[in-house]
Design a protein around this ligand. Structure first.
Ligand code: FES
Length: 143
């Protein structure tokens, strides 16, 4: 049985991005006119190590179809190991999401350097395709 993809579906994706390498890379993407899907909403945080799982859960509860977390590469975190902490936390979080009936593919973590605008654009395109194939988040419980 094949799954039909709704071509009109525009997912809502919330992206938490760290203030340093990540946001600088996003700026490069913008400055160099790289395109990425408009369905993404950016939230700047000082470090992705500061993202509490409750924020991710709230995003899904409020109707986000996907949550993308973007930080500095391992070894480049401005707070030493915040990105490694975030990865560990999000791995645990993915299991928790499964328990709540949320497809773990809806949560993704990625890393970019300050000059990697193209990498950011590619990451958003790839994640958007994954979320489109997963379909709308049906968990929305908060308004
Ligand atoms: S400052 Fe970028 S991940 Fe920590």
């Amino acid at each position: 049985m094949s799954t039909k993809v709704d071509e009109t579906y525009k997912p809502k994706i919330l992206a938490f991005c760290c203030n340093w390498c990540s946001y600088a890379g996003i700026d490069i993407a913008g400055i160099t006119h790289m395109q990425y899907p408009a369905s993404i909403r950016l939230v700047k945080v000082m470090c992705i190590g500061r993202i509490h799982p409750d924020l991710v859960l709230e995003a899904f509860a409020r109707g986000a179809d996907g949550v993308l977390i973007v930080g500095c590469h391992v070894g480049d975190c401005h707070y030493i190991r915040g990105n490694q902490f975030a990865e560990s936390r999000m791995t645990d979080m993915a299991e928790m999401l499964e328990g709540l009936g949320i497809d773990r593919r809806r949560l993704k973590i990625g890393y970019i350097f300050a000059y990697e605008g193209k990498r950011f654009s590619d990451l958003v395109h790839e994640f958007t395709r994954e979320i489109i194939s997963a379909g709308p988040n049906t968990l929305k419980v908060l308004t």
